[in-house]
Design a protein around this ligand. Sequence first.
Ligand code: PEP
Ligand code: MG
Length: 865
Amino acid sequence: TDLSHDLIAPLGPGGAEDASRFGRKAVTLSRLVSMGVPVKPGFAVSAEAVTRLAENGGEALGPGFAAALAGLSPGALLALRASPGAKEWGGPATLLNLGASVEALEPRIGALAARDATRRLIHAYAVHVGGADPEAFEYALHDTLKDHGAETEGDLDAEALDELIETFLELHEDETGDPFPHAAADQLAGAMRAMARMWGSVSARLLRTSRGGPEAGGLALIVQEMAMGLAPGLSGAGRVAFRSEQSGEPGLRGRMLYQAQGNDASAGLRTPRLIGATERRAAGVRDPSLEEAAPEIADRLRALGAMAEREFAEAMALEFTLEGGELAVLGAEPIRRSPRAAVRIAVDLAKSGAIQMEDAVLRVEPRLLSELLHPTIDPYAPRDLLAGGLPASPGAASGPIVFAAEAADASAARGVPAILVRVETSPEDIRGMHSAAGVLTVRGGMTSHAAVVARGLGTPCVVGASGLSLDLQSRELTAPDGRVFREGDLITVDGSAGEALAGAAPTVQPEFSGALAELMDWADGMRRMKVRANADTAQDARVALGFAADGIGLARTEHMFFEKGRITAMRRMILAEKESDRRAALEQLLPMQRADFMALYRVMQGSPVTIRLLDPPLHEFLPHADDELGELAEATGLTMRALRRRIDDMQEFNPMLGKRGCRLGVTIPEIYEMQVRAIFEALAQSWADGPLVVPEIMIPLVSARREATMIRRTIDGVAMAVAAETGRDFAYKVGVMVETPRAALRAGDLAEDLDFLSFGTNDLTQMTYGLSRDDAGRFMRDYVNLEVFAEDPFHSLDLEGVGELMVIATDRARDRKPGIPLGLCGEHGGDPASIRFCEAAGFDYVSCSPFRVPIARLACAQATI
Ligand code: PEP
Ligand code: MG
């Protein structure tokens, strides 16, 4: 059969507009033509037609092709381009100058350019169509240059170029066995067959399937008249963008080469000219930019750029050729962009009306925001990888290695924030983590102590870098490649990539731009769920409010007890054998805890504050080092032996499954009594401080209904007592964390007795999988690499398992108490996929570390669109 019109179509409206047949590039060119952009005439040959051509030889081209060809300007040089379905699939290189000959071109573009074009054609044709050895041509060129004492082709005169053309013609015949075809139609037919063959070759198939392309299916081609960038005067080729890839700011960017064609400007033959004046000045380049040398062309480009941005609803770059000041556009594609530029572009496009506000909000990947909120490693800097781990807390930081929390403090006090390197961290390390620039641990998963605390602090952190070996005796850190690092050696933590690097890698500082603020405003107007922060201190709370959190969804009170001056009272409380001793120690802690809550309330000014009662196993608060033991023996009046025995007595085989959470509250009620009293007394004392907080008191690790009701009774009792003592009538709520599978299954009962439920998905994940959150780092990388798990379930909620439990819990809770507030406060609260789940489940809020609040706000908005 002949090629009918749907196998061959002109570039332009009603022509090559179907990407599945004519490829991306042809469709883009057609759109450009429709928009009135100057594009040279041409037509596209469909993938199917090209396949037939490869199978049946030249005959397959038929009369449709001949007619299309005859429709082009007689004598015009032709370009043949590949038009694959996607740019990433690759494809044969463009062939330019088809039909070039010295006689035909000399009157149009002059003696030298005519010869240059002809020489280029023979060379490219021999190599790309005939399969000739490119080196043979390089040598021939080199010899000619040497014979004429010339440095580049541009220095050769007409006579030398004629010699070169003769040599090339001979080489063509020697290398390919065929004389060079002089007729344009023959050249075109040969080139099309060669491209079709190349597309079907094994290596091309492998390449494109590895990039997500199809194995089978043909390659569409474009035959197009050429603008002659090689012509004298204001002629050349280049690529121009209309915004910065770094900032998204409008302005001409790009480079062009005079007397050049195709991708000469990026091939590094000569130094290209910059196109924009601002970019030229910023680069400190002397040669005038195109904008300065030919302002009318720059104006023209700017107008085309604005049109392209509107029509494609996207920041675009244009490839173009100039021939004697006349512009021809060869293609258009979206520009690459940094996260910052992505935000600016989305906002600008919405403001110009090119896209809807919802589209703008959808176009920015929430994860990218973390790069805008933290320093990142300069993407152009070399990376000296030390070891890989899990990306526990984003951002990059460099500093000298320290192996102990105290050393991190000391280093920061000297003005040199350090990188704290530990096997893993424990609550005792909190202070050191506060002063460290970054944290690196050999063990641990995404919800291990180091990861959770570092995210809360906004400190870059890599955990589970299990290739490293840390010898605390010799104070040496050994990398997998055998390199040894000691205290004081510089390293860099890249918490976004999950990598530790040797040395101090250069970083780029973050910037919360006006465009980002605007985008976040739009997102806030669209989202339904509230975004709260996991914040333990007034300082955290201020950071959270700075990121516009809607309240605190989780204040972990245990972190308040590690501060200097408190830990001793805490230890006395823990070690007390008699209730009276314990009460005495708690008396000491009460005012401190009260002050903590007052500070929180003052910052939060009436916004919701969820306070979780003490959760970790008590022995986490006890000392390990000998000198600390001595101090403690003195403070408690115990002998060293008795003290050691007490501490030993408290050890558990599985502390995370032991006496922790509400189990402490049930068996040692005085602790929660003290905490709750502090919560209410702080309220009474804050009466005059502005809008009053309604504290939401949260009971951790509940698994049985009785646990919750017993503790609720204690809380209500203390509330009544404090109200009577102070004469203040305050409001409060009591809820539970749903973080054991049993609590999820019995959520109906819990809902009946309580005011709200908050899913603690860290523990819920740990217990549903039976997988320790502190040890998961040892194999999580392998598990994800082997695709045992699609994703680290401590990072992105496991929708199938943990998610099903949550759905069951949600249904049962609402069945018994419709409208009961539901939230999520595990680390998943900052993960966009998990947030989508919470939106679908109709949760009231998610809560995440302060630095992820903007990410969550954006993700919440996206989940509603
Ligand atoms: C949880 O388990 O999800 C939670 C928020 O509590 P924590 O991380 O303190 O155990
Ligand atoms: Mg928990």
